[in-house]
Design a protein around this ligand. Structure first.
Ligand code: CTP
Ligand code: CA
Length: 236
């Protein structure tokens, strides 16, 4: 139903999307992970392909999803693997969208063998910071070592009594320095502010749009619309 109605406005563009959640191993059978389903990243890939783009989908762990047709898949596990894949795949891309849920921390050490319960009682789990991949892509672009036209990030925010989702989104956009930031309002329905029940699309070029929560494909379309506008601002 959908494909025929979509414009082919991304024809000739190469877009790179990260999706899913990274898994940071403790031993060969255990990991630290997160609840990302990967659905949003896959929807971004599917919609971009329908709109004519050449798509590379760098996929960390997802629930069982159908691979989008005509998309190049690059499977990764850890944040470090995702980092290497993004640095490799992104050069020359028209747009890069970081929708993956990247673990902020990883276990400092990884056992080569399964940790047995008869082993000494484990001390507290020691963690190290993972690299901030989006920040690195932005820095590499700024240094002229990576050629990427539009860089977009995602943020999930709950807001709190002092700060709305939109305010958190604005400051994250400023801190990160990406061209677009998709801010998802998350939480359990506690609405401190009406903004908490919706998402926002924030960007340079005066973009500040509220997006109603709805189908992931609808959000994906809004993201590609905004990316297309950035291309136009940037000379087509
Ligand atoms: N991101 C990344 N590398 C990381 C962490 C996050 O590339 N190590 C990317 C995500 O893919 C997302 C954006 O950065 O596009 C924002 O992620 P988020 O977790 O909201 O922001 P953080 O900077 O990690 O801040 P915090 O979790 O403390 O809110
Ligand atoms: Ca984070």
């Amino acid at each position: 139903t959908e494909p025929a109605a979509l414009p082919r406005d991304l024809e000739g563009r190469h877009v790179v999307i990260s999706a899913g959640g990274t898994r940071e191993p403790l031993d060969p059978v255990r990991y630290l992970g997160n609840r990302s389903s990967g659905r949003q990243g896959y929807a971004l890939a599917r919609v971009a392909a329908h709109r004519g783009a050449r798509v590379t989908l760098v996929s960390a762990h997802t629930i069982d999803l159908v691979e989008p047709a005509g998309v190049r898949m690059v499977p990764v596990g850890t944040a470090e693997e995702l980092r290497v894949a993004m640095l490799t795949e992104s050069d020359g891309a028209d747009a890069v969208v970081m929708s993956a849920a990247v673990a902020d921390f990883r276990p400092v050490s990884r056992d080569d063998h399964k940790i047995k319960k008869s082993d000494h009682a484990p001390a507290a789990l020691e963690l190290a910071h993972n690299p901030d991949i989006l920040a690195e892509l932005i820095a590499e672009r700024a240094a002229g070592r990576l050629d990427i036209r539009v860089l977009a990030g995602f943020a999930a925010e709950t807001g709190d009594p002092d700060t709305t989702v939109l305010e958190y989104g604005r400051s994250k956009l400023a801190r990160k320095g990406c061209d677009l930031l998709v801010v998802n309002a998350v939480g359990d329905g506690r609405a401190f502010e009406v903004e908490d029940n919706a998402g926002w699309l924030l960007g340079s070029g005066d973009i500040e749009r509220q997006i109603p929560h709805g189908a992931k494909s609808l959000l994906a379309s809004r993201v590609w619309d905004a990316v297309g506008e950035q291309f136009a601002l940037d000379g087509g």
